[in-house]
Design a protein around this ligand. Sequence first.
Ligand SMILES: [Zn+2]
Length: 132
Amino acid sequence: MSMSARSRSAPALLSTLISGAGSSGFYPGTEVGEYRDGTAETFNLARADFDAAWKALLPTLTEADFQRWRDARDWTAKKYAMWERGELLPSQKPSSWMGCPCGERFDSHDPAGSYVHREHIYAAQAVDGIRR
Ligand SMILES: [Zn+2]
């Protein structure tokens, strides 16, 4: 079981385990490779490590970093609210509609309408190796 404390204006998350051991990290708001985390024997040691790491990180963050964190937070809240209401994200709904590399959308259950897009899909697959 874990508890977390979140700074209202910062892309920071401090969490600690109920057992007394603690860990902390920053996410999102930092680029891959900038992510730092760690563990400590007690909450207070974890808190001190977190404060030191935060003081080092804060001057490197821009308003865009904070906005990216707010956008991720808002999107995550919206996603969970939808799931709470029993709704699915558009990408979670079964659909025969597909996007083609040519930019068009087509119904894959319509052979006549989808035939022309096979060529586009196979051509894109030959270039990037991604199966669609
Ligand atoms: Zn196409």
